[in-house]
Structure formats: C-alpha cells, structure tokens
Design a protein around this ligand. Structure first.
Ligand code: PEP
Ligand code: MG
Length: 591
C-alpha cells in the first residue's frame, strides 16, 4: 500500500529508489560501507566482540552473590543463549556480506528487524524478550566501539557503497544522521535521503544540500513507517516522501525527474560565464566545502574561490584522535593547490552545538550532554578553551598560505576579548613558525557575523578584521532564539524575519562604507529567493554549495542593480517581506 510522509524540504529535486534504513540505536554507532576486501575483517570483529561479551556475561554469572535472586542468573543465561544463537549471527553476517555494512550497522539493522517481529507477537512473555535482545546487541556494540571500529575514509566508504549498490538507486532513511556519518555518505551511492528529525539548516541538511541530492528532514515517523528495500519517492521540493508509489504516481515523478535533469543541463552551460549583472557589476560566487576533495567540484561548478572551508569536518570521525599540525597542513595545502591560485577561506574549527567531535546524533547531544549546546562552548569559544590546539590549527593554515591565497575566518565571534585573544594566538603561531624556520605567507583574517551582537558592533569588529562573512544559518538561530536543528520550532526559523533582514542590511552597508570585504556564506547565499535582495543590499560576494552556483549565477546575470533599490525599500518596509519580494519580482517580469 502506498503511503505519504510529510517533512521539510531541504534539498530540491526528485529521487526515486530503494530504501536503505540506518537504524537508530540507543548506543550511537558508526554507519559506513566496507569494501569487499574488508568484509572478512568485519565478520572477525563481530566474532571477537561476541566472545568478549560471552566472557563478560560468564564472569558476571560467576560473581553473582549467593543472595542474588535466582532470576538474575536465569536472565544471564538467556542473554548467553541469544548471543550464541546462530540465527542471530548468520542474519547479521548477511548484512555484512550482501550489503557491505560495517559490523555495528549490520547489528543495529538486524536489531531493527527483530524488534519489529517482537512488536507483532501476540504472546506478552515473548514480546518482552525484545528487551533482552536489545541488551545483548547493546553490549556487543559497546565492545565493538572499544575496538578498532574506526570508519573507513570517506572515499573508501563511497567506493564500498558503489560495490554493493547494483542496479537500483538507493535512498537513505534514518531517524537522524550524525554529521560525521553524513560525511561518510557523501559522494556515495545515495540519490536522496529522509530523516525523522532535523531542521532546514541543521548540519545534516547542509551536507545533504552539498551532495546536491533531494532530501526531506523532520519527517517524524519516516524511519518507522518505511521498511528496508521499500521503493520510495522523495519530493525534495514539496517535502513529501511517498512509500511504495502506484505506477501512475511513479510515472509522474519520473517525468519531473527528467525535467529537472534538463534544467540542470541548461544551467551547466553557465559554468564558465563570469557572474556580472546587466549593469556590469561583477559578483563573486564562491564555494562552501567540507573536505579538500570538494575543491575539485568547486572549480568544476565555476566557483572563483572557496568562501568557507568548514575545517571541523577534518576533526570528525576520529574517535578523539584529532589531526595534528602536519596532517591539517596537508589538508589545507591540498585545497589551496586544487584551487589553482584562487583564494581559499579556511574557517577555524566550529565544533560544538550540532557538530560534536564524537559520533553523536543531535538528539543525544541535546538530551544527554550540554544543557544548551548551541549557546555553549562551540566555535571560537571552544578553540580559545584549547589554546594549544587552536595555535596548532593556525600554524597549519599559515603554512598552507605559502602555497596560494589563504584567508582565515573565525566563527561565532561575539566579544572583543575574543578578538584580542585571536590576534594574540595568531601572533604566537607566527612566532613559533619563525622559530622553527617554517615558511608562511600573508593571510587576511575575517570574522563570521553569526551572533546579533557581532552584527550590531560591526564597525568595532572591522577595526580589527580585514573582512567579514555573514553566517546567516546561525544569525537567524541566534536572532530569533530558534534552535536550527529542532524540527519542533522549524516553522519559526524564518530568514525573512524583519530583524534578520535589518541585521543583514546593516552589516553589508557598514562593511561597504568602511571599504571592507563582506560575504554571505550561510544557506541564504545559495537560495535564489534572496539573490536580488542581497544584491540590492550591496552584497557582491556569495559563498554556497558548488551545486547552487549555476542557479544563483543565472539570477545575477538577469539582475540590474540600478533598479533594485525600490525593491529593497518595499521589502524592508513590508510586514510580510517574503510576499513583498515575490510581488516586486512579478511586477518586474516582462508581460
Ligand atoms: C552559518 O552559520 O551560516 C554558517 C555558514 O556556518 P555553519 O552553517 O557551519 O554553522
Ligand atoms: Mg555557523
């Protein structure tokens, strides 16, 4: 039977494919594909984990005090029996052999299958055995997490996924995907994805958008309603997921898919056209990247530089083993050389909030860790609390600047004391490089404007910084007090809010008046609904996912900034800026 699930559209287009479920487990685990040559290794890991858990349970049983209730020993026996159950281990093995799932993913996928079977049982006693299976699986997952369960590098994971994918396109369905897992799935075989939780600018959604695949988040029940291998359609424009569509619906969506492919091909032709408005204003279209490898797609998309390298992605997926100075230097240098002389803006780590270092979903983070991570120790606050690590990153970035044009960008600046500390750290990093006789170049230093406080004191900040880049994703979150990752308040996350527009206008105007560079690198920069408005505010530098560049360029090529001032005035004076914008644009269309 065909059903529909509604969520939020976060990345456009239509995807049609078979569902691959990433099960949610109480123990958050890594999900990645392993190459054919590593399947045996994964099976061995599972076997070793099983032996270790059996030894744990035997020891627990031996050490039970004589006064312990008899049921406890019986329970441990049940767990031991489940552990040795061949049906369980061969089903798990099948996930590894046929699908190339890593051991943790295979286990949690099988747990999901069993949990459904238990839920459907009539007999209450049997139904309650579900908890036993869960406990055994969780013990196994904990033991696996202690071992060498480190994820394969993304490129290897992507290849592994291609190995098993076969003919059918695949779509990812999950309760939530940690940003670290999302990175693993980047450039893999998925043609779309759906999650139960998340908001429009949660980092998971951002990575999906950077993959340029249709996605729906906040679809609440999706991972419960959709089953492994179900055929699903993701309508990334409307935020709808159709499970097991009828042939007529499927045909309609296939038609729409072909239309958007044609549109994409048309836009592709603009790749090497310079972005200049009708009245001759050059506009800089830059790329946001997560890994050095992304630089290639940035160039291919026609980006004239990298406006935001989210360096924190180098720090994820590593089980606490953070990249050292040399490793970071190599990564930054790789991006710089790949950009062939075009500028690369490296943002210092923005760890915290919904991008934890450890593998953790947003929900776990919110419920089990900092009281309010978005307002806590994140971004520059975190870096300044780890001064050794911060200087190490600065040294790596400075060293890369010997190979091309590099700029440093500091996230979430709010206090002048932070500004002083940043420049002191930079001075020390340069001194350390001088002492070590290492080469480095000149770097411009910029601040991200993501907190209303920073937008309001833009003049002060520009006494210290060479340029600013407006992170609208966070600026909206902090101006409106809306957690950007929380689907419960997602309807209030409004980029058109007059307060947000005023802060944007003020920041762009003041930076322009002071003759400093100003860019927007949040999701608004890649959303064509805002292109004319941002141009009207005086913005000439936009940084976005490479996949968005062609669409934004098309709008730039059709814009005439001489006629945009009236539009700006109308939108800023309106109580409903989004509606005013649409009306203004419609009235300008030739009849
Ligand atoms: C932003 O906040 O707009 C931004 C670009 O940074 P991030 O999305 O990585 O927080
Ligand atoms: Mg931000």
């Amino acid at each position: 039977m065909s059903i529909q699930v509604f969520g939020m559209p976060v990345s456009r287009g239509v995807a049609i494919g078979r569902a691959v479920l990433v099960a949610s487990s109480r123990v958050d685990v890594a999900h990645y594909f392993v190459g054919a040559d590593r399947v045996e290794h994964e099976i061995a890991r599972l076997r070793e984990a099983r032996d270790a858990v059996a030894a744990e349970l035997e020891a627990l049983k031996r050490e039970l005090p004589p006064e312990a209730p008899h049921e406890l020993a019986a329970l441990l026996d049940v767990h031991l029996m489940l552990l040795r159950d061949d049906a369980l281990s061969s089903a798990v093995k099948q996930w590894m052999v046929e699908r190339h799932y890593n051991a943790e993913w295979a286990l949690s996928a099988q747990l999901e299958v069993l949990a459904r079977q238990f839920d459907e049982m009539e007999d209450e006693y049997l139904r309650e055995r579900k908890a036993d299976v869960e406990q055994v699986v969780e013990r196994l997952l904990r033991v696996l997490a202690r071992g060498d369960g480190r994820a394969a590098p993304p490129a290897a994971a992507a290849q592994a996924a291609r190995d098993f994918a076969g003919e059918d396109p695949l779509v990812l369905v999950a309760n939530d995907v940690a940003p670290a897992d999302m990175l693993q799935f980047k450039r893999s075989v998925f043609t779309g994805f759906v999650t139960d939780v998340g908001g429009r600018t949660s980092h998971t959604a951002i990575v999906a958008r950077s993959m340029d695949i249709p996605a729906v988040v906040g679809a609440r029940e999706a991972s419960r309603l959709i089953r492994q291998d179900d055929w699903i359609v993701i309508d990334g424009d409307a935020g709808v997921v159709i499970v097991n569509p009828s042939p007529i619906v499927l045909e309609e969506y296939r038609f729409r898919q072909r239309q958007s492919e044609l549109e994409r091909a048309r836009l592709d032709r603009l790749r090497h056209t310079p972005a200049v408005t009708l009245d001759g204003q050059p506009v800089e279209l830059l790329a946001n990247i997560e890994l050095p490898d992304d630089a290639a797609s940035a160039l291919e998309a026609g980006a004239v530089g990298v406006g935001l390298f989210r360096s924190e992605f180098l720090f994820m997926n590593r089980d606490g083993d953070l990249p050292g100075e040399d490793e970071q230097f190599e990564a930054y240098r790789a991006a710089v050389t790949a950009m062939q002389g075009l500028p690369v803006t490296v943002r210092t780590v923005d760890i915290g909030a919904d991008k934890p270092l450890e593998r953790m979903s947003v929900h776990e983070l919110r419920h089990e860790h900092a009281l309010n991570p978005a307002l806590g120790l994140r971004a520059i606050r975190w870096s300044l609390s780890e001064p050794g690590m911060f200087r190490q990153q600065l040294r790596a970035i400075l060293r890369a600047s010997a190979y091309g044009k590099v700029r440093v960008l500091i996230p979430m600046v709010a206090h002048l004391a932070e500004v002083r500390q940043v420049f002191e750290a930079l001075a020390r990093a340069r001194q350390q490089l001088d002492d070590a006789g290492r080469a480095y170049g000149r770097v411009e230093v910029g601040a991200m404007i993501e907190v209303p406080a920073a937008a309001l004191m833009i003049d002060r900040l520009l006494q210290h910084f060479d340029f600013v880049s407006i992170g609208t994703n966070d600026l909206i979150q902090y101006t409106l007090a809306i957690d950007r990752a929380d689907e419960a308040v997602a309807h209030l996350y409004d980029p058109w809010h007059p307060a947000v527009l005023q802060l944007l206008q003020h920041t762009i105007a003041r930076a322009g008046a002071l003759g400093r560079g100003v860019a927007v690198c949040g999701e608004m920069a890649g959303d064509v609904a805002f292109t004319e408005l941002l141009l009207a505010m005086g913005l000439r530098s936009f940084s976005m996912h490479p996949a968005r560049i062609a669409s934004v360029k098309q709008r730039v090529l059709r814009a005439d900034t001489r006629h945009l001032q009236a539009l700006l005035a109308q939108v800023m004076a309106s109580e409903q800026p989004a509606v005013a914008m649409q009306q203004a644009l419609q009235s300008r269309q030739p009849h």
